[in-house]
Design a binder for this molecule. Structure first.
Ligand SMILES: *Cc1c(COP(=O)(O)O)cnc(C)c1O
Length: 409
C-alpha cells in the first residue's frame, strides 16, 4: 500500500477503537455462550462422526441442533446440511408454518430478493399457488410502521415476518432493541401470530438473538455468520418446539421430522465453525468498521455511518460512477485468497433486473462470511461489502482497493 493509503488506514483504525472494543466485548460474551452450550451438551469426538443411510440416532445431528438451540435461547433447533441455502431454509420454514388459507404479513417491507418468487410467484409452487396470501407493510423512516402494523394485525395474520438485515436497501439493520419492541407490539395486538425472523447476517453481531426477545422462529444460512467460515453448506432454524417440529416435518416427511437425515462427511466443521463464529463475526465487523471510516475519510457515503455500531455484517458504500464501483469490487476479488487472478464483470444474473457484479474469492462457494462484495449496476452506485474471516485480510483488501481508487482519480 502506498504511503497516503497507509496513513488513511491508520487514521481510520484510530477512529475505530471504541467500536472495536464494543465488538470484542460482544465476541467474548458470545464465545462464553457457545462454550457453555458445548459443555452442557457434553460435546465430544463421537458427535463429529459421519453417518449413512437413514441416520437414525445420529448423535452428531441431534447434538448440533441442541447446541444451536441453547446458543440462540430457543426451545429447539433444526440444523442440517440438507438445508441447502438461506433461501431454501427460509422456504422450508415458511411452508412448515403456513397452510392453505393462512396469511403471511411481511412487516419489514419486501423480504430479501430471492424470497419474492417463493411468496408471490405464479405456477412455480409458491405460497400464493398454495392459497397463502401475503400482505406487505413498508418501513417508515427505517423503522417498523407501527400505525399500519396495528391495522394489519387486527386480521391476526398466521405469520408475521421480518428481516433483520438490510438486504439490498440503504438502511441500517435492525438492532435487538428494535426487535424487542416490535415483538412486544405484535404479541400485544395479535398474540396468536407467529413471529418469524430472517436472521441472515445478524448472528453473533449482538449478545442476544431475536429468539431471546420474543421472536418465535428464526432462520439463517450456515455459510454466513453462524459457522465461522467452516461449514461447507447448510441452514438452521431455531425457535419454539411446536414450530420447529412443523418445519422439520416439511423438511423430511410428516411424522418423521428430525428423526432421519444422515451426513456421510464429518460434522466437525459445523461444531468447530460455531465455536469460531463469534470471533469470525467480530473480525468481519471490524473489517467493516475500518472500511466505513476509510471511505468516509475519502468523502464517500457509507451505511451505516462509520461511527455507529453495526447491527449486521454488511456495509454499503456509495460510489460516484459505475467505473469506481466496478473498480472497487474488482479490487476485492484481486485481494482474495481464491481466484485472485479472475476479473469479475457485470452480468445478467437470473432474477435480477440490472446487471450484477460480484467479488467472491471464497473457499466455500458463495460464502459471504468470507470477504465478498456485490452490486447491481444502477444509480446510485452502491457496493454491498460483507464478511472477512480475518481482520488482516479486510485491512489489506481495503488498502488495495483504495490504492486503485485514488490512483484512478
Ligand atoms: C443471504 C440472504 C438470504 C438468502 O440466502 P442464500 O443463502 O443466498 O439463499 C436471505 N435473506 C437475507 C437477509 C440474506 O442476507
Amino acid at each position: 500500500m502506498n504511503e497516503k493509503t497507509k496513513k488513511l488506514i491508520n487514521n481510520a483504525e484510530k477512529s475505530a477503537q471504541s467500536i472495536f472494543e464494543a465488538i470484542d466485548e460482544t465476541a467474548l460474551a458470545n464465545t462464553q455462550k457457545v462454550l457453555t452450550a458445548f459443555k452442557n451438551n457434553r460435546i465430544s469426538a463421537r458427535h463429529f462422526a459421519p453417518t449413512t443411510g437413514y441416520g437414525y440416532d445420529d448423535v452428531g445431528r441431534d447434538a448440533l441442533s441442541a447446541v444451536f438451540a441453547e446458543v440462540f435461547n430457543a426451545e429447539s433447533a433444526l440444523v442440517s446440511p440438507n438445508l441447502l441455502s438461506g433461501t431454501h431454509t427460509l422456504t422450508v420454514a415458511l411452508f412448515g408454518l403456513l397452510k392453505t388459507g393462512d396469511t403471511l404479513l411481511c412487516a419489514s417491507g419486501a423480504p430479501y430478493d430471492t424470497l419474492l418468487e417463493i411468496i408471490h410467484g405464479e405456477n412455480n409452487g409458491s405460497l400464493l399457488d398454495y392459497g397463502i396470501k401475503t400482505d406487505t407493510i413498508d418501513l417508515k423512516n427505517n423503522d417498523f410502521d407501527y400505525d399500519s402494523l396495528a391495522v394489519a394485525l387486527q386480521k391476526e395474520p398466521t405469520v408475521v415476518f421480518a428481516t433483520r438485515s438490510r438486504g439490498y436497501s440503504w438502511r441500517e439493520a435492525f438492532s435487538i432493541e428494535t426487535f424487542s419492541k416490535f415483538c412486544r407490539f405484535v404479541k400485544e395486538k395479535s398474540p396468536k401470530s407467529i413471529i418469524f425472523v430472517d436472521n441472515c447476517y445478524g448472528e453473533f453481531v449482538s449478545e442476544v438473538e431475536p429468539t431471546a426477545v420474543g421472536a418465535d422462529v428464526i432462520a439463517g444460512s450456515l455459510i454466513k455468520n453462524p459457522c465461522g467460515g467452516l461449514a461447507p453448506t447448510g441452514g438452521y432454524i431455531a425457535g419454539k418446539t411446536a414450530y420447529v417440529n412443523s418445519i422439520a416435518n416439511r423438511l423430511t416427511s410428516p411424522s418423521i421430522g428430525a428423526e432421519v437425515g444422515s451426513y456421510a462427511a464429518t460434522y466437525r466443521p459445523f461444531y468447530q465453525g460455531l465455536f469460531l463464529a463469534p470471533t469470525i463475526v467480530a473480525n468481519a465487523l471490524k473489517g467493516s468498521v475500518l472500511l466505513a471510516f476509510s471511505m468516509e475519510n475519502l468523502n464517500y457515503e457509507v451505511s451505516p455511518a462509520a461511527n455507529l455500531r453495526p447491527n449486521d455484517i454488511i456495509r454499503s458504500v456509495k460510489f460516484n460512477t459505475s467505473e469506481e464501483l466496478i473498480s472497487f469490487i474488482q479490487s476485492i476479488q484481486y485481494a482474495s485468497p481464491v481466484d485472485s487472478y479472475v476479473t469479475p464483470e457485470p452480468w445478467d444474473m437470473p432474477g435480477y433486473e440490472d446487471k450484477v457484479i460480484m467479488a467472491a474469492g471464497t473457499f466455500v462457494q458463495g460464502a459471504s462470511i468470507e470477504l465478498s462484495a456485490d452490486s447491481p449496476i444502477r444509480a446510485p452506485y452502491i457496493a454491498y461489502v460483507q464478511g472477512g474471516l480475518t481482520y488482516e485480510h479486510c485491512k489489506i483488501a481495503i488498502a488495495e482497493a483504495i490504492d486503485r481508487l485514488t490512483a484512478a482519480n
